[in-house]
Structures are given as structure tokens and as C-alpha cells.
Design a protein around this ligand. Sequence first.
Ligand code: NAG
Ligand code: NAG
Length: 602
Amino acid sequence: MEWFKLAGFVICLLFLSESLTLPTNPQDADHLKTTQTFIQDNTEYITIVAFAQYVQEATFEEVEMFAKEMMALKDKCVADMALPECSGLPNDILQKSICAVEGLPQKYNFSHCCAKSDLERRGCFYLNKKADVGFLPPLPMADAEKKCQEYKQKKDLFLKKYLYEVARRNPFVFVTTLLSVATRFEDVAKTCCEEEDKASCFQTKASPVIKYLKENSAFEKTLCGASMRFGPRIITLINAAIIGQKFPKIEFKTLTSTVKHISSTDGGCCEGDAVGCIHTRSMAVNHICTNQDSISTKVKECCDKPILERGDCIVNLGRDEKPSDLSPREAKFTDSKDVCQHRDADQENFMIEFLYEYSRRHQDLSTPEILRIGEVYENLLDDCCKKENPSDCYSHAEEKFNETTEKSLKMVQHSCEQAQKLGKDGFKHECLIRFTRMAPQLSTEELTSLSQDTVKAFSVCCAQEEQFSCLDNSVDLVLGELCGVNQKRSINPAVENCCQSSFAFRRHCFYDLKSDEIYLPQSASQGLFTFHPDLCQATNEERQRRQERFLVDLVKLKPQHADVKLLSLFADFTHLVEQCCQAEGPEACFNEEGPKLEAKAQ
Ligand SMILES: *[C@@H]1O[C@H](CO)[C@@H](O)[C@H](O)[C@H]1NC(C)=O
Ligand SMILES: *[C@@H]1O[C@H](CO)[C@@H](O)[C@H](O)[C@H]1NC(C)=O
């Protein structure tokens, strides 16, 4: 990607904030320099991402104008670094500058953030991000010819617009992911704009890019949501489980240092501190590459790549194999007499070590399952260590682990069987009804999107050999989305309870959860039964979408009806649409049939 060249600005700011931790060995220094050059070369893009994520309503013109102002600031700072506006953390300077744009805070309603200073302002901007982007139109789909014309004429503008559109719709995706998406998308444009059939080329080549964005987005949102609810410790535990499974040959010492590196970065990345996120992520990658001998031989292929490509490569690297001499179980956590003493000496590292030993031995389990085992163990010790003879008590730990896993396995098997029994459409409708019953306060858009993600997870995972870990991991990401990323949402107290009581066990909790008991539906039908003839012109896909929306809105309106009744009304609706669209005058037909359906729904 030919990023726009911009000198100075962020680099001096970074040195100011990083001057205390300047690296001592040449390899680290080299790495730091490359990272800073990257940040410096991409200042404009990074600014666009940060701005569009903080002020999602802003127009492209406003974003562009702001990026120009930041460049002017850069010039000023290059000329005189001692100026007061040139010192401070990049994110603080950026937010201060956003607040200084005339009229903007009032126009987009974030003046209350600008009234605060540094730490509190950071929190306020973060809280202000809106996960539900229903207020934005769907991503504009220019036709391929037009896209290519824009691309050829003004490559830079084309990319800036793309980045802007994606960033404002994905306010929680890490800047590193977005830059990588833009790079990938540029490759697609480069290839496809040379092709005869540009449209179909875009369609095939862009879909893995979108998949990459969606997967990373879901994971990053879940991490940030977990951190918001449970604090930084949970991030450490999640990363320990992931790395232990992925690199079972890693030494414990390296795992802890790596986990600490990665986990410390997620704070800045979640918050939207774009420069800090790039910087600390890159340092974590450097740490992995420097210590690759005690991690995995597989890492080498990534670390041989140019510095900027390493992170993505490591994330996407497949699992390493278990060391051949690894015992099936680690006895020291269940058989030793002095487990409680070890735990009390250093609780934090004790749990990380437990997760390390368990995850590297159980690559077939999902990440949430490893964490569940960790929680079961932690609770067991809390209980046992109070007893007279603790070791008698915790020597049964493994049975408890097995029980927990069996329960989770059964749950997944049962869910997959149910999905299969219901068939593709039946299962989709069931999901829509279930999600709406659980969280009727969410927007229709969001409920259909959660359902679609669930349906997708089932269709991908249930047919797989790794059915359990695949489905448990994927469904947990959907639940992460439901629980919220940057704030607790006032949905349903029962949902909130599942989101809040345990990160590891939330899937178990949701599994047993029924509908919102206290939700009061709106009494008016809000035009739900008024249909427009343009429904008949809609593409198949659009019609599907509207049907899904109808079902969700119907559940919101009539949650008291049983599923059977809702599904029968839904069947009447689809039949009605078919019938009226074939009729001589669809409008008259809709006007006549709509009220009949409404009466039936009473
Ligand atoms: C503006 O933001 C404040 C504080 O978040 C909120 O209470 C208010 O409803 C918002 N106003 C509009 C018009 O969105
Ligand atoms: C727990 O499950 C593992 C794997 O299925 C098995 O090898 C082990 O014997 C079980 N342990 C207990 C105590 O049931």
C-alpha cells in the first residue's frame, strides 16, 4: 500500500511519551524505528480512523478537513517541538483537536466530553462510541466500474473514503485491523480493476476481506466488552488460554511475559488510542519474535517477514503440535499437598500457570471452556483451602473438570441437533424469535444481525469435526456482542445477569435463559401491518431482510403470543406478500389484507 508520506508529527510525540523506555538492544531499536516510520507515514490514515470512530456521524468532508488540520499542526510541531500544543500523548492531542473544531462538538453532541480533561475525556469519548450503527446508511455499494474509475483517478482519496466508511461503522475495531483491511482491499481493487468482469471479481475477492474484518471485529469487541465488565485480569486469562492452546511448546516464563505484553495493549486499542495501539501491538510482536526459540518453531515464518506483516501472520498462524513428552495431565495442581500455599503465595501467576498447563493439553476445547475449567478450579480451591484437609477436597478436581466439559459438550451437540431438525429457515426464525424475546429493547437491525451471526456459526460449525470448539467459540462472540462493548445496556435484567456474573459461563447462562418477563410492548402497531407495493420490486435478498425485520417487530409487538402463533402469523405474512405481489393491483391487495392480518394478530 502506498501510504501518504507525512513527516514528523507523531514521531516526536511518540518519543516524548516513550522516552523512558527506549530500547537498549539494536534489534528492538530497529523495530521501534520501523514502527514509528510506519506511524509517521500513515498519520493521515490513522487520523481518519480515530476521528471516524470517535465521531461516527461526521461527514467525509469534515474528516478530511480535520486530517488537514492535523497536518498543519504537525508542521508547526516539526518547526518547534517546544510549543505547548505539541506535547502530550497522541490520543490526547487528537481529542483536544477534535474538540477545537468549531461547532463540531455541538453539532454531534459531544461537548460534554470536551468539557473534561485527559483521562476523563478519554473515557467519555470511548463511552460515546455507538455499537449500533443503525443511524448510518448501509455501506454504499458503488458499482464496480465506478469504483475502479475512482481508484484509478485518485487512489489516495479512494482509500481514505473506504477507510472512513468502514471505520465509522466499526467503531471498536482496532486500528491495526482496519489498516490491514484497507491494504487487503486495495489489493483487491488493484487486481479487479484490470479484469474484464470487474463486478464478479470484486464479489469473489472482497469476501475474504470482509470475513477477515468480521472475525477480527467480533473478537476485538468481545475482548473490549470483557475488559469493561471484568477488568484487565480477564484479558490476561483469555490470552493465556489462547496462547497456551496455540503454542503448547511455549515455556511458561515466555507465556507470562508475552501475555503481559499483549494484554497491556488491549487497553489502548479498545479505547481507540490509534497511535498507542499500533505502537504497543508492534512491541508485543517484537517480543514474540525475539523469544521465538521458547515459543514455537512455526513463528519463524512470520518473523522472517517484513516487520509490518508479522503481527497479522502470527495471529493467523495455525496451531503448533503438543510436545511429544507432555503428560496427559499436570498432577501438581490436584495431587500435591501444598496447592493452597502455592496459590496464596501468588494468586495471579498461579491461575495463569494453571490455564497454561490445562490449555496446552486440551487443544480440542474452546477458549471459553478452558476459562470455565479455570473458574471451576478457582472456586474449588476457595472452598477446599478453608477446610481442614484441603488435599482430600481438591484431589477430585479432575472429575469436576470433566463434568463441566461434558455439560458443555452436550449443550453444543443438542443445539446442533436442534438446528438440524428445524432446517435452515426454521432455525433462522427460531433465532430471531429467541433473541427478540431475550432483548426486545435492542434495535431490529441489531437483533437480525445477531441472529444472522448465530445461524452462520451453526451452519459452519455443526458440520465440522471440531464442532464443539468451533461453535462454543463462535456463539460466545455473538453473546459478547449482545452484552455490549463499551457500556452495560439496559436490556433485560436476566440478560444483564448472564453478561455480568461470569465471563466463562455466560453461554451456559444464556442457554437456560428465556424471555424478558418485564418488558412492556408498545400498544400501537407502528405501521407493522401497512405494506408498500415496493416490497414486490425488492430483490430476493432485500425481501428476505424485510421478512426478518417483520418477524422481529412482530415479536416485539406481541411477545405474549406463543412461538407457534408467531410463526403462523409470519407464514400468513409471507403468503400475503406473495399473493399481493401477483395480484393485479398490489396496493389495493395490501390495503385489504394488511388489516386482516393485524386483526388476526390481536
Ligand atoms: C446528547 O448527549 C447527551 C449526553 O450523552 C444526551 O443525554 C442527549 O440525549 C444527547 N442529545 C441528542 C440530541 O442526542
Ligand atoms: C477425565 O477425562 C479424561 C479425558 O476424557 C480422562 O482421560 C480422565 O480419565 C477423566 N478423569 C476423571 C477423573 O474422570
